[in-house]
Design a protein around this ligand. Structure first.
Ligand SMILES: [Zn+2]
Length: 88
């Protein structure tokens, strides 16, 4: 008797959520420039990053933020949210 494979993925469809859940204008504590603050939602990042404040890893998929200094995209850094709040 073959087992019937039921593909019962009936999850409600959530409107395609953008990677950046929020975008704020803030400031970059490292370059001291005005910066774009982008919140990276839980589960949307595939890489791990090093937080410039605590030097600890931000794990893939972890909710965190990216600080992009104005006109200095290459200097963007990924921060733990509590770390950014502590320094800013
Ligand atoms: Zn940190």
């Amino acid at each position: 008797m073959a087992r019937k494979h039921i593909n019962a993925r009936q999850r409600p469809k959530i409107a395609t959520s953008p990677k950046a859940s929020q975008l704020l204008v803030g400031f970059d504590p490292i370059t001291k420039l005005p910066a774009k603050i982008i919140f990276i939602k839980k589960g949307t990042s595939a890489k791990s990053y090093l937080c410039p404040y605590c030097n600890q890893t931000i794990s893939p998929g972890e909710f965190h933020l990216v600080v992009v200094p104005k006109g200095q995209k290459d200097l963007r850094r990924h921060w733990h949210i509590p770390c950014y709040k502590r320094i800013s």
